[in-house]
Design a binder for this molecule. Structure first.
Ligand code: ADP
Ligand code: MG
Length: 238
């Protein structure tokens, strides 16, 4: 069965169109990377899927169920932002527990999920610290951990590694790949790092001018770019 299905999603801010009829079907547990210049609508699309924005037209389905009519917390989607968006006054544990407590998950279950995520992300010793006491890399793990404990059907990662330095980014990329093997979920990751997209993604989506220019496996995008924009953007010889 398909996991995420976008059908003709359209969005404008006032008179300015931002997304024109975007459609996409993802397979179960597929990892799709979004590439495209700044302003091409990538974050807006993720925010629509997560329910932080409303589309003007179109439908969003996850595992066959229509979700664009549901409240953000009921969609089975978890989003990780570039700037972490952690609560500074809460400990790491409280940051990870917050959404679950609001969703009525029992206390014991919350503790178990946090311990498991902390182990996977190797932040067990950071759980009682505040975000301000952590390095950028650790904060990013907490943000990813907070998404994992929700046990979503779909992860939305909006440039999750772009605040990290090159060495840490490479390491975290490897960890994301490992993590991916353990979670039974689909992943969309927006990135401006083409190597990141190449290594992690089953398919790459190239966005430009409010629309998907091409969807394909990394080798297809680079070897057979669909148009001049894609060729120029990914730097392929065609
Ligand atoms: P990307 O993530 O690809 O850089 P965005 O989705 O952030 O692109 O933005 C797409 C376009 O929508 C840009 O022109 C941006 O200025 C505009 N935009 C994004 N959010 C808003 C908003 N809340 N109000 C008005 N315009 C917005
Ligand atoms: Mg963006």
């Amino acid at each position: 069965m398909a996991s995420l299905e976008l059908s003709n999603v359209r969005k404008a801010y006032g008179a300015t169109p931002v997304l024109d009829d975007v459609s996409l079907t993802m397979a179960a547990r597929e990892f799709v990377a979004f590439l495209g210049p700044s302003g091409s609508g990538k974050s807006t699309l993720l925010r629509i899927i997560a329910g932080l924005e409303t589309a003007d037209a179109g439908e969003v389905r996850l595992d066959g169920r229509r979700i664009d009519t549901l409240a953000p917390g009921d969609r089975g989607v978890a989003m990780v932002f570039q700037h972490y968006a952690l609560y500074p006054h809460m400990s790491v544990r409280e940051n990870m527990a917050f959404g679950l407590r609001n969703a009525g998950v029992p206390r014991q279950e919350i503790a178990a999920r946090i311990d498991e995520a902390a182990r996977v992300l190797e932040i067990e010793t950071q759980l009682d610290k505040k975000p301000g006491q952590l390095s950028g890399g650790q904060r990013q793990r907490v943000a990813i951990g907070r998404a994992i404990v929700k046990q979503p059907r779909l992860f939305l990662l909006d440039e999750p590694l772009s605040n990290l330095d090159a060495a840490l980014r490479t390491r975290t990329r490897v960890e994301l790949a490992q993590l991916r093997q353990r979670v039974d979920a689909a992943v969309i990751m927006v990135t401006h790092d083409q190597a990141e997209a190449m290594t992690l993604a089953d398919r790459i989506v190239v966005m430009h001018d409010r629309a998907i220019q091409q969807i394909g496996a990394p080798m297809e995008i680079y070897g057979r770019p669909a148009n001049a924009f894609v060729a120029r953007f990914v730097g392929s010889p065609a």
